[in-house]
Design a protein around this ligand. Structure first.
Ligand SMILES: Nc1ncnc2c1ncn2[C@@H]1O[C@H](COP(=O)(O)OP(=O)(O)OP(=O)(O)O)[C@@H](O)[C@H]1O
Length: 317
């Protein structure tokens, strides 16, 4: 369990995190949502040791881990992935996975001369583990591909795979769905649920896609202006006036709600089935066909369903 007590992180006079207290229960998939600039990533960075807090405490399983560097947290099984995936682009996908566990015999020059047998044995074991991870994530077909050639969604799966190469206890995922097409988002969601149920991983997930949050996360914690605004099951959070207002402000909220009601009536008339797995096409604004507007509570447009990260023009194998 992670407990965050009255955490502050200020940048000069600006309070990016302003007295946030949260609990991440062991075995949960906890969602962390909030409008842009709410302080979600900063909170992640402080918990994961990327930034020191201005004040406050982070406790993991009863031990104070406040301010420990990322490598120390890594050894305790606490990992954080980033909005932008951090792969070694000129190495293959399998190699990216194989290099995650540290302390390999071959890293020492002396051993590379005199410990060849041991190194070969370790490499075989690592390769087998990497291949099992790729199989679990259903991306075995890209094992030999240079990681730089992967699509945005495949890079996110690779990040998850890196967490699986060590025995992670708790994984902080930052905007796992950003720039990812709906099909791969389903694969990522499925991998998260299986890692949670079958291997006992705890997750804390920042995500703007409310279908994704609603299907995966319990509880959902909402941040606004550096503070925790609300916490609870996804459906009650999405119906929470204060939460919708924090995202939209009252004028825009009313407009979006009227549009959402109209759109729902239209969707029902056409028998549309909104949801994460809806791949029947798209609405004119880029969201999947039948998905109600406002599923992104911040009102930003949906990404195109075809291909990941359309803006980046990334090449996919
Ligand atoms: N290193 C920094 N220096 C100064 N201000 C920062 C720094 N990092 C973040 N901020 C500010 O802190 C606020 C919170 O940023 P943060 O990235 O944590 O928000 P967020 O909720 O993750 O937003 P988003 O959903 O857009 O990623 C923002 O106003 C941001 O500009």
């Amino acid at each position: 369990m992670i407990e965050v007590h009255d955490l502050h992180r200020h940048f000069g006079g600006f309070r990016a995190v302003d007295g946030a207290s949260i609990t991440i229960r062991t075995g949960s998939i906890t969602g962390l949502i909030g409008p842009n600039g709410a302080g979600k990533s900063t909170l992640f960075n402080v918990i994961a040791g990327v930034l020191p807090p201005t004040s406050g405490r982070v406790i993991m399983d009863g031990e104070d881990i406040t301010g420990l560097p990322p490598h120390a947290l890594f050894h305790r099984g606490l990992l954080r992935t980033f909005q932008m995936a951090h792969e070694f682009s000129s190495m293959t996908v399998r190699e990216n996975l194989m290099m995650v566990p540290g302390g390999q015999t071959g890293e020492v020059l002396w051993n590379s001369w005199f410990g060849r047998k041991r190194i070969a044995g370790e490499e075989r074991a690592l390769r087998a583990r990497a291949d099992a991870v790729l199989d679990f994530l259903t991306i075995s077909h890209v094992a030999e591909e240079k990681a730089g050639n992967l699509s945005g969604g495949q890079k996110k799966l690779l990040e998850l795979g890196r967490c699986m190469m060590v025995d992670a206890k708790i994984v902080f995922l930052d905007e796992v769905g950003a720039g990812v097409n709906r099909t791969l988002l389903m694969t990522i969601a499925d991998a998260i649920v299986r890692l949670n149920r079958e291997r006992g991983y705890t997750f804390c997930v920042i995500e703007h896609d409310m279908d994704f949050i609603g299907k995966l996360c319990d509880p959902v914690i909402v941040m606004a202006e550096g503070k925790v605004l609300a916490e609870g099951p996804a459906d009650s959070i999405m119906a929470n006036e204060a939460v919708v207002e924090a995202y939209l402000g009252r004028g825009l909220k009313n407009k979006v709600m009227v549009e959402a009601a109209e759109e729902t009536q239209l969707g029902e008339a056409h028998g549309a089935q909104p949801g994460l797995g809806d791949e029947a096409g798209q609405g004119g604004d880029g969201r999947p066909a039948g998905a109600a507007p406002g599923r992104r509570l911040d009102g930003r447009p949906w990404l195109a369903a075809q291909g990941d990260d359309p803006a980046s023009g990334e090449q996919r194998p």
